[in-house]
Write a protein that binds this ligand. Structure first.
Ligand code: HEM
Length: 108
């Protein structure tokens, strides 16, 4: 997708208060993000998602890079009712890079 995974690892620091990713990652305030690219929304085992996120996944939302970019720009606009209290990434390139970083991590 043109994102830079190394730059994205730095962007991911903004997510780490709530999310872990990579080897040995466990659910925190937010779900594990290893393998999230290509995953159906609201489906990581053992995480207590909002009803909105579960409904989005049941309705067919898959975390493609395009959908992730839109979600990360304005999480609460893209999934209305989400409990992810994060304002969003103002710069599209930050989203592109963090998506490339997440895509570079192999699933658990
Ligand atoms: C959900 C990414 C920052 C809390 C999610 C999901 C993604 C994501 C892709 C959906 C996962 C799934 O469906 O399995 C990110 C990225 C971040 C970030 C890339 C940084 C740029 C944060 C922060 C917090 C947070 C800072 C806490 C303040 C949550 C929570 C959910 C969630 C609670 C579950 C939402 C729900 O069930 O409605 N995040 N996140 N995230 N995130 Fe984040």
């Amino acid at each position: 997708q043109g994102g830079d995974a190394a730059l994205g690892e730095t962007v991911f620091k903004k997510c780490m208060s709530c999310h872990a990713a990579g080897e040995g990652a466990t659910n925190k305030v937010g779900p594990v993000l290893t393998g999230v690219v290509g995953r159906a929304a609201g489906t990581y085992e053992g995480f207590n998602y909002s009803q909105a996120m579960k409904d989005a996944g049941a309705g067919g939302l898959v975390w493609t890079p395009e959908n992730l970019a839109q979600f990360l720009a304005k999480p609460r606009d893209f999934v209305k009712g989400t409990k992810m209290s994060f304002a969003g990434l103002a710069k599209p390139e930050d989203a592109m890079n963090v998506i490339a970083y997440l895509a570079s991590l192999s699933p658990p």
